[in-house]
Design a protein around this ligand. Structure first.
Ligand code: PLP
Ligand code: COI
Length: 367
């Protein structure tokens, strides 16, 4: 459903009757965690067939009324994005490659038979919210304001077809470490009983259903004492794909790096894409290809594989130290973060946080 309607002319700003008092906010921001604290405001824009995008507001964050027959509650027509606003040393705020999120949002929308959202409207929404709630960016090392743009089918209808009404919203959540422990290296569980995405499915789209499908294997990972689940391909149950919310990189002793290719069942991570560029700038050869679980185990055992890391907006760059599955477990390198992992994390976050020059035009400053 490619329906690119004109962007609404203007956002209406609704006054907040009772924003969180400054002292309370400062206190809350001392330990933001991930995903539990929210800023004062939100963006909401409506779409209807024949009308396009309209009714754009920046208003107080709060519950929304939804009819029990709203299509999203039944058929899960829902997509989202994840991005961060950072405080730079000069006090300004900045986003990282927001156009890439705007583009991916529309790729997801098309796969889920939802209307396109004009990129400018996506970007303006995010900018407005961050400007309004900039005080919610925690002043802590490694912290940021996590932004969650999302769209869902709001039409009141139980027939199975693309809805005729949608809502696009953006909320913001101050964020510290994604992993509770702030773990230097995570341990991951290889799921052999469950897969995340099949060829022809929705694996490359950022839709809520993909995450719902990952919850049982993720719970299995936690139950067995691991931090995250890693998925194998659905067809052969052989090739490494990605984690529930992160892409993977493998570093070999000859200085080459491998990351699973974007076969349609993997989310094309913006962090992944940025790291490929930065790794090549380091003079490393980066291959996008296939890597089997068997090979992974063998390479970790022989020492050919020296490092492995996962990456994504929420988790940034995180070393994978240990891998376990039904056939036993193995350790990668020393089991802690390797040199290249640490270096790439520093390079990426340095650019995002305005500590290193942005030679790719990735940083979008807001003021
Ligand atoms: N893979 C999945 C399934 C994800 O949910 C995410 C997070 O958004 C990623 C990979 C990493 O993508 P990005 O780097 O754009 O955050
Ligand atoms: C992100 O990194 O933004 C993600 O979407 C991963 C997870 C929090 C869903």
């Amino acid at each position: 459903m490619a329906t690119t309607a004109a962007a609404p002319t203007e956002f209406i700003t609704l006054a907040h009757p009772a924003p969180v008092p400054d002292e309370t906010r400062v206190q809350l921001l001392e330990n933001p965690g991930f995903g539990t604290l929210f800023s004062d405001h939100m963006i909401m824009v409506d779409w209807a067939e024949g009308e396009g995008w309209h009714n754009a507001t920046l208003g107080p964050r709060g519950p929304i009324a939804l009819d029990p027959a709203a299509a999203v509650l039944h058929y899960a027509q829902e997509i989202f994005e994840g991005m961060k606003a950072y405080r730079h040393p000069d006090g300004s705020t900045a986003l990282f490659r927001p156009e890439a999120n705007a583009k991916r949002f529309n790729v997801s929308a098309r796969r889920m038979a939802m209307p396109d959202l004009p990129e400018e409207l996506f970007l303006e929404s995010v900018r407005l919210l961050v400007e309004k709630d900039a005080a919610w960016i925690p002043d802590l090392e490694g912290a940021s304001l996590y932004l969650r743009p999302f769209m869902f089918a709001s039409e009141v209808f139980l027939g199975v077809r693309p809805a005729k009404r949608y809502k696009f919203m953006v909320i913001a959540s101050p964020a510290g470490n994604y992993f509770k422990s702030g773990a230097p290296a995570v341990s991951i569980w290889v799921s052999s009983d469950y897969t995340r995405a099949a060829p022809g499915g929705t694996g490359a789209a950022k839709c809520g259903g993909n995450y719902a499908a990952s919850l049982v294997p993720q719970a299995e990972a936690i139950e067995r004492g691991h931090d995250q689940v890693v998925f194998l391909d659905a067809a052969e149950r052989k090739w490494i794909e990605e984690l529930g919310g992160m892409n993977l990189f493998f570093v070999f002793d000859d200085g080459t790096v491998l990351t699973p290719a974007l076969t349609g069942t993997i989310l094309p991570g913006i962090t992944r894409d940025s790291l490929i560029t930065l790794l090549r700038e380091e003079g490393l050869t980066v291959e996008e290809g296939r890597y089997s679980l068997e090979q992974w185990r063998e390479d970790a055992t022989t020492g050919r594989l020296v490092e492995c890391f996962a990456c994504g907006t929420a988790a940034v760059v995180t070393a994978v130290g240990r891998v376990a599955g039904h056939d036993g477990e193995f350790t990668i390198g020393s089991g802690g973060p390797g040199q290249l992992t640490q270096k790439m994390k520093n390079r990426l976050t340095g650019i995002q946080r305005g500590l290193e020059p942005d030679t790719h035009g990735w940083v979008a400053r807001l003021d």
